[in-house]
Ligand binder design. Structure first.
Ligand code: AMP
Length: 540
């Protein structure tokens, strides 16, 4: 027997309409690409999203068409999230940090009809425009006074495009399973793969992420999302903020410690969101200038493992709780978080840091398990570790334009991460399955070693890779970028690690390097290093 309730569709246009009706005066503050701080309200954003919807319709865009963006976190990108998806088109947020060949691949593969780009990316787009197919025009996200000279063809000024349009637009109703946005994974090998989100998956994810056990968003929250809107939908927070009427503070292109702190100081966010590297920059700046984070209560940190030293520094110097989050493009993107609990308040602080270093408990809607290479489920005892598998309504079912399922025979998606699950439900990432070091049949976590190594004051950044070994198949080697003004030796580092990791985990060598390679999303790029150092121990 079916229930007797209405079939209202979960549509992204409904979020901005709701924000306008009930949180009209909630603010959206942006550091613009042009420089000045811009501020307006959800009511303004809703009106301009409707003007944009009218303009897109006049450009001839139809339901299912894809529009690409190359843009920072600002109010104009926010309008695109709602204006484009609201009319049934798909917003393909392209990560400008990718290599030109990957950008070309994505823009062509997504079949983008128009590109909406920030001033910062005009030259970048000029450099690849000859290899792009089917682009009817490029809209520059600025006003007439700031329009650049460019060799790009069919260029339109964003403010001109929407200025003449009516603020009235009736958002169409359609199936909530309609595609809304498209984000490509930035894998280290092979072509990027597209994850095509739906209105339903996006709204469910935003709803879940805003609940008390995760980001705890309400109309009293002031959020500074440094996590980019050009990757993983800024963890869904633009949608969640519209749902709850939370104030948004967008940092635009200025992500250095001084600029981020300037915004924190003036706009008083209580919730920060972003990857660890950004917070390293901020914490370093605060240390140098002897300042503290007074308004901030929580920092949701994910995308890569948050080091213990960062958890500790946020807590002890700034009274900020670091909530560790984990997820991936294929998961909309968040799946777990270590939110603050009453039990944590009563814990010994070191035990609490242990817990905060874990990636957290699954949100409602996400099923999670671990399995061995044969697919046999492993015990959730905090000891066994294996491939981390997930399923749920916010997880990819197949990649864009692929006719193969991304799920295994039992409906699980293999995250490519290796993890433990503790009896009380906390998940702990051990490594990426391709990065884990297989030494004599046992696994060594490169992430654990890196996190421990960065606790040494002389270490700026650490990277552990497995290299070939005659007896043990693979052994760990530690690459280190020294901290500014520090000059640690190999013995200092090994001595420091000695009582912190199992003896057989100790790296076989420590190599000092000037810098480490990163992917476009700020993760260590280990594939090249593995190639470079493959025979390092054998030839030594
Ligand atoms: P992306 O799709 O670019 O967001 O990358 C997703 C991957 O980043 C995950 O599969 C993990 O390997 C890694 N990752 C994300 N969050 C964390 C975290 N909190 N700790 C460790 N690794 C993480």
């Amino acid at each position: 027997m079916l229930g007797n309730m209405m079939q209202g569709q979960l549509l992204i246009s409904g979020l901005i309409e709701h924000a306008e009706a009930y949180h009209a005066d909630a603010e959206i503050v942006s550091r613009t690409v042009e420089g000045p701080i811009h501020r307006y309200t959800f009511s303004d954003a809703a009106k301009r999203s409707r003007q944009l919807a009218n303009a897109l319709t006049k450009l001839g865009l139809e339901k299912g068409d894809t529009i690409g963006t190359l843009a920072w976190n600002t109010y104009r990108h926010f309008e695109l999230y709602f204006g484009v998806s609201g009319i049934g088109c798909v917003v393909n947020t392209v990560n400008p940090r990718l290599f030109p060949e990957q950008l070309t691949y994505i823009i062509n593969h997504a079949d983008n009809k128009y590109l909406f780009i920030d001033l910062s990316f005009v030259e970048l787009l000029e450099s690849i425009s000859a290899s792009l197919n089917g682009i009817k025009g490029v809209v520059i996200l600025t006003d007439n006074d700031n329009m650049p000279e460019t060799t790009l063809e069919n260029v339109i000024c964003y403010e001109d495009l929407i200025a003449a349009e009516s603020e009235d637009f009736s958002w169409p109703e359609f199936d909530e399973n309609t595609a809304s946005s498209l984000c490509y994974t930035s894998g280290t090998t092979g072509d990027p793969k597209g994850v095509l989100y739906s209105h339903r998956s996006t709204i469910l994810h935003a709803w879940i992420v805003s609940t008390g056990n995760v980001a705890n968003v309400s109309s009293s929250t002031v959020i500074l999302p440094v996590v980019p809107m050009f990757h993983v939908n800024a963890w869904g927070i633009p949608y969640a903020a519209a749902m709850l009427g939370a104030k948004l503070v967008f940092p635009g292109p200025a992500l250095d410690g001084a600029s981020v702190f300037e915004l924190i100081d003036s706009e008083k966010p209580d919730l920060l969101m972003g990857v660890p590297t950004v917070w390293l920059g901020l914490l370093q700046y605060l240390k140098e200038t002897n300042q503290t984070l007074d308004s901030v209560k929580n920092a949701l940190v994910g995308g890569a493992a948050a080091p213990r030293a960062m958890i500790q520094e946020f807590e002890e110097k700034h009274d900020v709780f670091l909530m560790h989050g984990w997820g991936m493009t294929e998961m909309s993107p968040l799946g777990t978080a270590t939110s603050r609990t009453d039990a944590m308040d009563d814990m010994d602080i070191e035990d609490r840091y242990d817990l905060q270093q874990k990636q957290g408990k699954a949100f409602f809607g996400l099923e999670m398990t671990i399995a061995d290479d044969e697919g046999n489920e492993l015990p959730k005892d905090g000891v066994a570790f294996g491939r981390l598998l997930v399923k749920g309504p916010t997880i990819v079912e197949r990649y864009f334009k692929s006719n193969q399922s991304a799920m295994d025979a039992n409906g699980w998606f293999d995250t490519g991460d290796v993890a433990k699950i503790h009896p009380e439900g906390y998940m702990e990432i051990v490594d990426r399955s391709k990065d884990v070091i297989k030494s004599g049949g046992e696994w060594i976590s490169s992430i654990d070693l890196e996190n421990t190594a960065v606790g040494h004051p002389g270490v700026g950044e650490a990277c552990v890779i497995g290299v070939l070994h005659e007896k043990w198949d693979e052994r760990p080697v530690l690459l280190i970028v020294k901290a500014a003004d520090a000059d640690p030796t190999k013995d200092d580092i090994l001595g420091y690690l000695e009582d912190k990791v199992a003896k057989w985990w100790l790296p076989d060598d420590v190599i000092f390097v000037n810098e480490l390679p990163h992917t476009a999303t700020g993760k260590l790029l280990k594939t090249n290093l593995r190639d470079e150092y493959k025979n390092y121990l054998i030839n030594k």
